[in-house]
Design a protein around this ligand. Structure first.
Ligand code: EPZ
Length: 420
């Protein structure tokens, strides 16, 4: 199993190009199932999760072409299976997002229940209630969700009981081909949802209100092919900015969208970072200073993203002062705390959703283990700050969501190597 070996103590410095957003790319790939015509997707990140989604599309019968620039063209003209098997869904929950497109276009789908994962139980009840409201018959048998539609999904007024990114996306995709008008209330407002909606609109969908908590969709008979460019990854951008702040460095991110990162940039400024934004670029300079501790409260967009909580906690671990970190989205997203404490951090778990971080001057290298995608990078970040050589085990988690991590960190001057 691959490990990352990091010799810490160097400030990150340099320029970096931000990749396409994983959490948008995966949904846009699922959306290609809504049309029989080819959809070309540019700025696709090179990630294991993307490969898994492409594998799933292939297993349903879609033809997928990847060119040398990592643009992907999907043609779902000859779909021959409506079953998303357990083997693929269990490795990546986003696979469940094929359910809406399959039900909408083919009137049937059989998708493995994703089950829980390291960060929490993560049920899909809101997705299923929404499909039922649109006229689908849903049953669960043998770990699979079976969906059937008599003729065509019909538009419905759906109020989601909590803000769910995946639920909003699955129902949004389903609604594009439903008969009549669908209103999604209490919808998630994440930039990735806007990106998905814009891709669907390019494919001929009629959508309004994306980016607000009420999305209206007028169903159409069919969608058509399109070419679409995936938005920049705001979580990857925020991760490298936090790493630069923690190491007292100075970096410039190219191809980043500051407009999607308001709360994150505000927290970095509160930590003492000098942040400036230009056209498609974000610069951060700590001017050699230690970051100040900043409280973090995760919340649905436009609040602070749960996907950056662990990385900001690592920054707080070496900051001046004490910070309170509150996780409100997932019930088990503090697994990095114990590992960070092994590196000499002083983090107290008050309860399952609150941690208090007492900033320390420096961390010390130790062997640590990655537990989930974002937590893994928080350990990388801590290792970049720590004195000595840290080995991080189980980094396959990182490869799911961070493109060419060693190359990118090396470009910024970090001493990092992948070992077996
Ligand atoms: C998406 O997950 C992201 N994944 C996650 O990123 C991200 O952490 C999360 O949104 C929140 O921003 C992808 O986009 C592939 P949710 P998703 O539905 O859609 C509960 C990463 O590191 N809930 O918004 O699965 C759920 O248990 C990943 O890149 C229900 O109870 O998240 C959770 O507590 C990790 N019933 C909360 O809502 C439902 O039917 C938010 O989940 C659906 C969700």
């Amino acid at each position: 199993m691959d490990k990352l070996q990091i010799r810490g103590g160097k400030p990150l410095a340099g320029r970096l190009k931000v990749s396409g957003a994983k959490n948008s790319a995966l949904k846009i790939l699922a959306a290609t199932l809504l049309t029989e015509q080819p959809v070309r997707i540019d700025n696709m990140p090179h990630l294991n999760d993307v490969t898994t989604m492409i594998e799933l599309l292939g297993c349903l019968g879609a033809e997928v072409l990847v060119d040398e620039h990592l643009s992907v063209e999907v043609c779902a003209g000859n779909v021959r299976s409506l079953k998303a098997p357990y083997e693929l869904v269990k490795t990546m929950r986003a696979s469940f997002l094929v359910m809406g497109p399959l039900l909408a276009r083919f009137g049937a789908a059989e998708v493995s229940l994703p089950g829980g994962c390291a960060i929490g139980a993560r049920p899909v009840d809101q997705h299923l209630k929404g499909f039922e409201a649109m006229g689908a018959e849903i049953s669960v048998d043998g770990g699979y969700v079976q969906g059937r539609v008599r003729e065509r999904l019909r538009g419905a007024d759906i109020h989601m009981e909590m803000v769910t990114v995946g639920g909003t996306e699955n129902l949004l995709m389903a609604a594009t081909l439903a008969d009549g008008r669908t209103v999604l209330r209490n919808a998630a407002q994440e930039p990735e949802i806007i990106d998905l909606a814009q891709c669907l609109i390019a494919m001929g969908a009629k959508i309004r209100g994306h980016g607000t908590d009420t999305i209206e969709v007028e169903g159409v008979e069919a969608l058509h092919g399109a070419e679409y460019r995936v938005m920049p990854d705001r979580i990857e951008a925020g991760t490298y900015l936090a790493a630069a702040a923690a190491t007292r460095g100075a970096i410039e991110l190219i191809g980043a969208d500051a407009g999607t990162m308001g709360t994150v940039l505000e927290r970095l400024r509160a930590a003492g970072a000098d942040v400036t934004c230009g056209d498609g670029c974000i610069r951060l300079d700590m001017h050699g200073a230690r970051p100040r501790a900043v409280d973090i409260d995760t919340a649905p967009y436009p609040g602070f993203p749960t996907d950056l909580q662990a990385q900001f906690m690592a920054m707080d671990a070496v900051a001046d002062g004490e910070a309170r970190v509150t996780e409100t989205i997932f019930e088990n997203r503090f697994m990095h705390v114990q590992e960070m404490n092994r590196l000499g951090a002083n983090i107290e778990l008050v309860n399952s959703s609150t941690a208090v971080v007492h900033g320390v001057e420096s961390l010390r290298a130790a062997p640590v283990m990655a537990t989930d995608l974002r937590a893994s990078f928080s350990l990388v970040l801590a290792a970049l700050v720590a004195e000595g050589t840290t080995v991080i085990d189980r980094i396959y988690h990182i490869d799911r969501g961070y493109e060419t991590i060693e190359e990118k960190l090396s470009l910024l001057g970090a001493d990092v190597a992948r070992i077996r």
